[in-house]
Design a protein around this ligand. Structure first.
Ligand code: G6P
Length: 602
């Protein structure tokens, strides 16, 4: 789970330490912020919409006097509920004595919330998190300790969580539970700490314990005691870290891009947990003709999805570059336009969606940024769960866009009874399997570096594929171009003989996306045409494809992937290729020249 940052501490000047810790976690989210302390035996809560600095200044957190020795804080990246004061963490129970900061996505929160409301609980926010303090409150009322009540709540909840719990009834203790989302505990000379990552703890300690899934930590000033969620004691295993703060923020990776590529399986898993209510609302709006629009990488996600929709359901869905939208389409009455944008702020995409609305279309937004202009503009939206992406080139957010659209498509198909039940559930099963396939590919990415080493000084490259992987090819070419400034073009392989082939000469690099599917025979034909003119072939192929290993000069093998999911998996080695070529050329892949993460001019 990549969204939001949690920081807790038991030390003198807790408010100042928490303010500093949250600042180091800001890259994980920054649309709202909050803190809870125990002061004079009472729980004090402060939270607000907006970024950390003005909040800290307004409250004077950094200068708050000693005497406050325990607290938790949270910096948010909204996923459930708009980024507003009410939805900022920490959240409280009905008695106002238990505060919870959470990082994660809770799957069954709606049913638990309904049951809690029936039992008389009052809710102040629209977040999924708020069920946790109320469940803990019930545990305490039944006589459980804070730790046991938190563990019991975690058992009732499905989904990812890293939580820090503070209660005025147990004023020297922070209880933490971890499942899927990260949580580290640190013990230093001046106190004990918990945080979403090591970077936040660097100024205070190098003695770190990574909590494991379904473990509960009871932290006091002296350090933590750990149990499993079922109450079995666990011996704490501390390690010494030797990272500097910058490295720690990048999770030990040399660049954010590499870190973000490695976060892809978890970003996909989180996006696959999108509450079905959001997806059903959007899928019920998909009537008339459906258009997909986006810019850059987001357009490639649209292109891939148009193939997937068309192949699986014979639905004619048209992808349109956002910058071309208003020049191409004039009457959109009764139609649906799906706008895809990581940032939610790309001027071209917003322009296309405004045009679509003015011409009578319904608009669905797909974005990674809940508080963005696209959510305000759309009739309904789906929020991908990629978390903040710092590297300028989109990586994890591209993959999450693809699976968000796949989910939308499958929901739309089941709402419209387009597929027999058995087929639909099989496709959902395949979709749920994709994070593990991406994980396997990431485990083998070291094999890409020597290939990049062979080709990094080339001037030009083609990326060629057929069908849905034309989008993969275009994304691979865009990544290489963006990061390494090498000229690169992504083309349908069948088009290569209608022009592009004229550039091919001895040593020209052609990257093929060549899965073992119905297009394989034709792709081999295209490879042969290129080889005959002296091209060097780097092919991304299906595991064990001996014939292609003989034909290509270099190969990267990926496990068998259902066709509609090909771009999710096949893009990953191409991201790695672009990354390594850039690094080998001495460039910073996180900050390509002339590019911005969010382009707000047309
Ligand atoms: C910029 C970025 C691209 C990105 C495009 C669309 O051009 O450099 O990496 O794909 O904008 O961004 P969006 O936030 O709308 O997905």
């Amino acid at each position: 789970m990549l969204l939001c940052g949690i920081f807790g501490c038991i030390s003198s000047c807790a408010p100042r330490v928490i303010a500093d810790g949250l600042k180091r976690l800001e890259y994980r989210g920054y649309d709202s912020v909050g803190v809870a302390f125990i002061s004079g035996g009472k729980l004090v809560l402060e939270k607000d919409k907006g970024m950390i600095d003005p909040f800290v200044r307004r409250l004077g957190l950094s200068n708050m006097s000693a005497g406050i020795e325990i607290g938790i804080g949270h910096t948010r990246w909204a996923t459930h509920g708009a980024p507003c004061k009410e939805n900022a963490h920490p959240h409280l129970d009905c008695t106002g004595t238990i505060a919870v900061a959470h990082n994660g996505v809770l799957e069954n929160f709606l049913e638990i919330k309904e049951a809690l409301i029936k039992r008389g609980h009052r809710f102040a926010s629209t977040t999924d998190t708020e069920i946790i303090p109320h469940l803990i409150e019930e545990g305490i009322q039944e006589g459980l300790s804070l730790k046991s009540a938190a563990a019991r709540a975690a058992k009732m909840i499905r989904g990812s969580m890293a939580i820090a719990v503070l209660s005025s009834a147990q004023p020297g203790t922070i209880v933490c539970v971890k499942r899927e989302s990260p949580l580290v505990i640190g013990v230093g000379k001046n106190g004990s700490y918990c945080a979403s990552d090591i970077a936040a703890l660097m100024p205070y300690t190098d003695t770190i314990l990574q909590l494991e899934d379904d473990q509960v930590a009871t932290i006091t000033r002296a350090g933590p005691s750990i149990e499993t969620i079922d109450g079995k004691p666990v011996k704490p295993k501390f390690t010494k870290v030797r990272w500097d703060a910058g490295m720690a923020e990048r999770g030990g990776y040399p660049h954010f891009m590499l870190k973000e590529m490695h976060e892809q399986p978890i970003a996909l898993r989180d996006t696959l947990k999108l509450p079905s209510a959001f997806l059903e609302r959007a899928s019920r709006m998909m009537e008339g003709r459906v258009y997909l629009t986006g810019s850059g990488t987001s357009y490639h996600a649209c292109l891939a999805s148009s193939y997937a929709f068309s192949k699986l359901f014979c639905m004619d869905i048209r992808p349109v570059y956002s910058s071309e939208f208003q020049d191409l389409l004039c009457d959109l009455r009764g139609n649906t336009v799906i706008g895809v944008s990581q940032s939610g702020e790309t001027a071209d995409t917003l322009g296309a969606l405004r045009h679509a609305k003015s011409k009578g279309a319904r608009v669905i937004g797909i974005t990674n940024t809940l508080s963005s202009s696209i959510t305000a503009l759309s009739d309904t939206y789906i929020c991908t769960q990629g978390g903040p992406e710092i590297g300028v080139a989109a990586t994890k957010t591209f993959l999450t866009q693809l699976v968000a659209m796949d989910q939308l498509m499958l929901h739309a198909a089941s709402v419209a009874n387009k597929l027999p039940e058995g087929v639909c559930s099989k496709l959902f099963e395949q979709l749920n399997g994709v994070p593990s396939l991406v994980e396997r590919v990431i485990g083998q990415l070291d094999a890409v570096r020597p290939i990049a080493q062979k080709y990094f000084s080339r001037r030009s490259a083609y990326f060629l594929a057929r069908g849905i992987n034309v989008a993969t090819a275009m994304e691979g070419a865009l990544k290489l171009k963006e990061l390494s400034y090498m000229h690169a073009e992504g083309y349908p392989a069948g088009e290569s003989k209608h022009g592009p082939i004229s550039l091919v000469e001895d040593g020209f690099l052609c990257v093929f996306i060549a899965p073992n599917d119905s297009s394989r025979g034709r792709i081999i034909g295209n490879m042969m045409e290129m080889k005959a003119r002296g091209a060097k072939i780097f092919a991304v192929i299906t595991e064990g494809d001996k014939e292609l290993k003989l034909i290509a000069d270099d190969t990267f093998e990926v496990p068998p992937v259902p066709e509609f999911l090909n771009p999710v998996v096949y893009t990953v080695p191409l991201q790695a290729f672009a990354y390594h070529v850039a690094v080998l050329r001495g460039l910073d892949p996180d900050k390509p020249r002339n590019l911005a993460k969010s382009v707000t001019v047309m």
